[in-house]
Write a protein that binds this ligand. Sequence first.
Ligand code: GLC
Length: 660
Amino acid sequence: MITKYVYGNPIETEAVVQNVPNTSEKMPYFEVAEDHCTFQTHLAEDDIVYGLGEQVRGMNKRGWKYKSCNFDNPNHEEDTMSLYGAHNFLLVSGQKTFGVFFDYAGMMTFDIGYTAHDLMTVTAEDGNLKVYLITGASEDVIVHQFRTLIGRSYIAPKWAFGYGQSRWGYQSEEDIRQVAAKHQAAGIGLDSIYLDIDYMERYKDFTVDNTRFPDLKQLQSDMMAQGIHLVPIIDAGVKIEEGYSVYEEGVAGNYFCKDADGNDFVGAVWPGRVHFPDFMKPETRRWFGDKYAVLLDMGIDGFWNDMNEPAIFYTEKRLESVMQRINELSKQNMGVDTFFEFKGLVEGISNNIEDYSTFYHDMNGKKVVHHKVHNLYGYQMTRAASEAFDRLSEDKRILMFSRASYIGAHRYGGIWQGDNKSWWSHLLMNLQMLPALNMAGFVFNGADTGGFGCDTTEDLVMRWLQLSVFTPLMRNHSAMGTREQELYQFGNMADTKKMIEIRYGLIPYIYSEYMKAVLQDTMMYRPLSFVYRTDAAAREVEDQLLLGDEVMIAPVYRQNANGRYVYLPEEMMLVRMRGLDDIETEILPKGHHYVQAKLHELVFFIRHGKKIPLCRAAQNTEALDTVHMQYLGWETADYALYEDDGVSKDYDIEKHIRMC
Ligand code: GLC
């Protein structure tokens, strides 16, 4: 059952698609403060709090405080409070089990047993919000209702499930051709190469640098001939430059966010000074969305939207005042106070929350300060793109995923988990985010495999692949200046190549589970406790996940480990794969096990009485043979395989399910 409580006069987020009547009754579970800014509930000792989508820490969010504020933070660690998405859905599981969605466009804090272990306090900056309370017989039922409430998740083309190679720093057409050729030469399957900001002319959206990329259309068609899709990045900020048509149209059409004086607001990102499109305005969305046509017309059929929190390197005003103060400080003998002031000034230039109060949107003719709708910005940028794709590519799916997001954006695109690091802790965090993202509707997602920031290591890449073989987006991406991490950069390429073969072998299953989760409003990844609800040990597991109804994954996420402890809540089949032709299986009883998993071995589990399909590897998804498949698991089991052409928009589940 879903109950809706409306407090004050909320800003419409369009997160929800169902019409739920308001109730004037008192909300159960929560103490609501008179000004409706604070919502407090008691947590019993064993209650688990799931949710919050893209956030730090474990699956059980208890014990920390979080802030919903789309934030560009590549250096996130355990004490971080905000990442790139704002997903205000929580699911309390335990003595009382319920879901709750705080539909609020601004910033909120979630103190989940931080101030006091048995209290959860959710605080909005003002008392204007909608709260949806969802009750049901189980966690699955609650999530299903919530997902139905927020509408069907975005559907990616099937090729987006193939392996993707990306790096910030592929400088030219030649670099791209080499990446393709090297994968080809090594026999490593590849469906996509991502174009980072380097392809643009001085970081201007919808332009191509024609010295370094003299003929992108030709490059695209040469790549397509090899089954490789080029996926360019689009950033939120539009460079201020006379003669640049996007800038000029934006000014003329009144499409940009305004400052307090009503002038187009100036911030700075990659290209230097930019204006930010006011994506809250339907006219801006339409205008900006139509710009993608310049790339679509070249045959490009996938994009990633970035820097749309929006990330701001600096604003003119802040820069000026910081420079002035630094100038004063530079004339002093800086001691403890002044030196730290100086450091703070420099560190605080970028993505400064105060700057979000210095520009404005036009929402249905009303001037709204950005701060109040901050978390909707990336969402509306993704919507701009996605609605344009519906107009410009009526029959064919276009890949779209974004960095910033809010619930609602899940209908328009997927997300990647933003800038992570080549850290083992981020590999685990990647796994722990998956169920929470699914709850919030983001079924198409994946993290930068191998890690984005800092130098990776060969073993980390290998272990990360062993998680990413199961996530919808499997993209190797890294930052400029870090160690190159294409799979052919490492000595034991034979083994990494086999992981990619395994990925291709698993695509029929992964795609099928993805489509079923999207079309049936269910989760692709679930914590063990959702299924083994009364099993106390299963409820504590933080590093294993159920995938669909068939698989349990338990990747190794520690350096130099040759295995790990795994908890089996029932008898399961251990599958050990060293390649598609080197598979061992073994039935293990319920209980705790130490399971060996050497660096080159992918180990996972099939639930009792289930089976999964596995096909032969291919150089790309297009070439996969899904007719002649083998099955892993219990022979007598049935598997309901969802299969469609992967590009068109006919998603009739009845038509596309076949029993295997
Ligand atoms: C941002 C993105 C990252 C990209 C970089 C350069 O940091 O999150 O993926 O490589 O910008 O465009």
